[in-house]
Design a protein around this ligand. Structure first.
Ligand code: G3P
Length: 217
């Protein structure tokens, strides 16, 4: 499973990169707003900076709802850096845009996916990634992990090359479950990624190792 970080915060991206576990970044307009990045030029510059920090794919989301707008924006984003993946919402115009970019060899991430059928149609349009939102499905009283599992299994059975990029990750349990069910990529905030590292027994064990070493000197 590849690890992406779901943020536009440069310090968080640098910290995840320094751990040596980072394979890419996903952003969205809400995450850009959270960092106070506004205005087209600043937003494009921010994407370029992110691409300089990480080696892997960087999802940059279009804000148009119509096909022509998505194509115009997506082309501009894709020209910024070969790492850019054009992130497109799961709506009819978005499906047409995914097909357009797929035919041109430009990578896409179909976002706001909440069902097996939506994932199926995005894969059929040639999406590089589909992003089912686990946390928001859970919030909606559904089982986000089970929906992601059904997408992973269906892509496998049908031989789609589209990768399942599990998003809206809220905690380490979501990441562990994504790995168990075979999600190809997980995108999570730094806090959830770092929850994977500590364990009380690790702390206790390490203290004893160091105490025993000190006593023996
Ligand atoms: O990048 C989209 C997704 O990860 C959003 O997560 O926590 O806002 O539901 P969240």
């Amino acid at each position: 499973m590849r690890f992406f970080i779901d943020t536009a915060n440069l310090d968080n991206i640098k910290e995840a990169q320094s751990l040596g576990i980072l394979n890419g970044v996903t952003t969205n307009p809400s995450l850009m707003a959270k960092e106070g990045i506004k205005g087209k030029d600043n937003i494009l510059e921010h994407y370029k900076t992110i691409c300089e920090i990480v080696d892997g794919d960087v999802s940059a989301e279009v804000i148009s709802n119509d096909f022509e707008g998505m194509i115009r924006e997506g082309q501009e984003l894709a020209l910024l850096n070969p790492q850019i993946v054009v992130k497109i919402p799961m709506i009819e115009e978005g499906i047409k845009a995914i097909r357009y970019f797929s035919d041109k060899g430009i990578k896409t991430n179909c976002t706001l996916v909440f069902s097996l059928g939506q994932a199926l149609i995005a894969a059929q349009a040639g999406a590089t990634y589909v992003s089912p939102f686990i946390g928001r499905l859970d919030d909606n009283g559904q089982d986000g992990i089970q929906i992601v599992k059904s997408i992973v299994d269906m892509f496998d059975k049908q031989n789609y090359q589209t990768k399942v990029l599990a998003a809206s990750i809220r905690n380490k349990n979501h990441i562990e479950e994504c790995a168990k069910i075979g999600a190809h990529v997980v995108t999570a905030p730094l806090s959830a990624i770092k929850e994977l590292i500590p364990h009380t027994l690790t702390d206790i064990g390490l203290k004893k190792f160091l105490d025993d070493y000190a006593k023996n000197q």
